[in-house]
Unconditional design. Structure first.
Lengths: 146, 120
């Protein structure tokens, strides 16, 4: 890997809270280390992907971006989530941006919600802004946050 | 749209307030305010239009507000200024960014003529 200095962190002080930088990858591997809340997306974070055929049950936390093409069940707190066409997400989700092209069921709390034309969203959803493309299916209860 | 074929159409101008039950065989374009029940083939609510009550139509194009009960037997299109509050039933739905949709949603089986082929 190229290890060019990206001049992001001053090296002078030992940074203890650096966990976040590696958070996405770590949590991808080990459900949750239970530290802290979701912060706005950090440019340093690489997107995590639950690929097709992969099933994950548990809790995911990250300030980064997660793409779900497989199946995820559980509690998620992320900055951005994209559920791909083959993706299934079932559970309790808190995030800033949610883009559903596949299937979502459960409870969702987000700021910006986009529902694609082949998506199915079922459950309790609260949002600040919503977009539904023609063909998208939404069932359940919708609530707009102030 | 309603201008080209007036028969069976209802046009409610801005500032007009109507109360009651309305059955419109063709297109209803609402720029004013309606309280009551309205049934139409196609319902166009302009940004100044407000409907409170029970609304049933095949096609609903919403730039204004609908409160209470809304049933779109074919398609419901909520534009960026549109607001739908209450119990919403639809066969097909589309919302532009900025559009407001709140309440209990239910998908009903509709005429699938206008649905895209990708719709399963």
């Amino acid at each position: 890997m190229a290890s060019t200095n990206e001049t992001i962190q001053p090296v002078s002080e030992p940074v203890v809270t650096e966990v976040d930088t590696a958070a996405t990858e770590m949590e991808y591997a080990q459900a949750s280390n239970g530290n802290g809340s979701v912060k706005p997306a950090n440019g340093n974070l690489k997107p995590s992907i639950i690929s097709e055929g992969f099933e994950f049950i548990g809790e995911i936390r990250s300030s980064g971006y997660l793409t779900i093409d497989g199946t995820v069940r559980g509690t998620l707190a992320l900055h951005s989530i994209q559920i791909g066409v083959s993706g299934v997400l079932d559970g309790n989700v808190t995030c800033d941006t949610m883009n559903v092209k596949g299937n979502f069921s459960g409870a969702l709390d987000c700021r910006d919600l986009t529902i694609g034309s082949r998506a199915v969203v079922d459950g309790k959803v609260s949002f600040k802004s919503i977009t539904i493309q023609r063909g998208g299916v939404v069932k359940g209860e919708l609530k707009k946050k102030a | 749209m309603a201008d080209s074929n007036q028969s069976g159409c209802l046009t409610v101008g801005e500032g007009v307030v109507l109360n009651g039950t309305f059955v419109v065989p063709d297109i209803a374009s609402i720029s004013g305010s309606i309280e009551g029940e309205i049934t139409a083939r196609e319902l166009i609510v302009a940004s100044s239009g407000v409907i409170k009550g029970k609304v049933t139509a095949d096609i609903i194009d919403l730039r204004g507000e609908i409160h209470d009960t809304l049933t779109a037997k074919k398609s419901l299109f909520i534009r960026s200024t549109g607001k739908a509050l209450g119990s919403v039933q639809y066969a097909e739905i589309e919302i532009e960014k900025g559009g407001d949709l709140q309440g209990a949603l239910q998908k009903i089986d509709g005429d699938s003529n206008s649905t895209p082929s990708s719709f399963v």
